[in-house]
Design a protein around this ligand. Structure first.
Ligand code: URA
Length: 209
């Protein structure tokens, strides 16, 4: 699928399988999502530009690469985005964080915004939207709409699981935003859940069911 990278690294796939199991505890689910967040972050940031700086090692002076592009913003969609965020921040500790509070109306499956806070200067930053479940696509579309409204110009989307329907809809609205996911599952059910999926990521993360 164009614009979509499936992160097929064995560690990611192994951890995802553990997360899918319905009897995986809240504690394990939370740890795994955090770990996968870090691993997916590696892939999402694979093409970040580097520039050389001079470094003195104990033995010699060399030119050596450091990140040289735009600063990063991790835009976590509440609440399950928080579960991936810490793992990603371990990889890029200097990143700024945006919080986007959106929930799905259970009847219409449309999303409703209840919180939106982004760091200054977002137009000059590389924004990674963090949303573990790309299901209908409505939440991710609304989040990217809002981020673009406040000036974000360079955006990518990191998720854990995607449904083909959500990927197609999201790419239709935001063809400029590439997606990274650990899996594209079979389909969405009538309630907008990803099948086979892993259930409600927020409930499993916080033990609210
Ligand atoms: N959100 C979830 O947490 N799970 C799904 O399967 C779909 C949306």
């Amino acid at each position: 699928m164009q614009g979509v990278t499936v992160v097929d690294h064995p560690l990611v796939q192994h951890k995802l399988t553990l997360m899918r199991r319905k009897d995986t505890s809240t504690k394990s689910f939370r740890e795994l999502l955090r770990e996968i967040g870090g691993l997916i972050c590696y892939e999402v940031t694979r093409d970040l530009p580097l520039g050389d700086i001079e470094v003195e090692t104990p033995l010699a002076t060399i030119r050596s690469p450091v990140l040289s592009g735009k600063k990063l913003v991790l835009a976590a969609i509440l609440r399950s985005g928080m579960g991936m965020l810490d793992g990603m921040l371990e990889m890029v500790p200097a990143a700024r964080v945006a919080h986007v509070g959106l929930y799905r109306d259970p009847e219409t499956l449309e999303c409703v915004e209840y919180y939106f806070k982004v760091p200054a200067g977002i137009a000059d930053r590389e924004v990674i939207v963090v949303d573990p479940m790309l299901a209908t696509g409505n939440t991710a579309i609304a989040a990217v709409d809002r981020l673009k409204e406040v000036g974000a110009r360079s955006i990518r989307l990191a998720c854990l699981l995607a449904a083909p329907e959500g990927v197609a809809k999201f790419r239709g609205y935001h063809p400029d935003v590439a997606i990274w996911t650990a899996s594209i599952d079979s389909h969405l059910n009538d309630h907008g859940y990803i099948v086979p999926g892993l259930g409600d990521a927020g409930d499993r993360l916080y033990g609210t069911k």
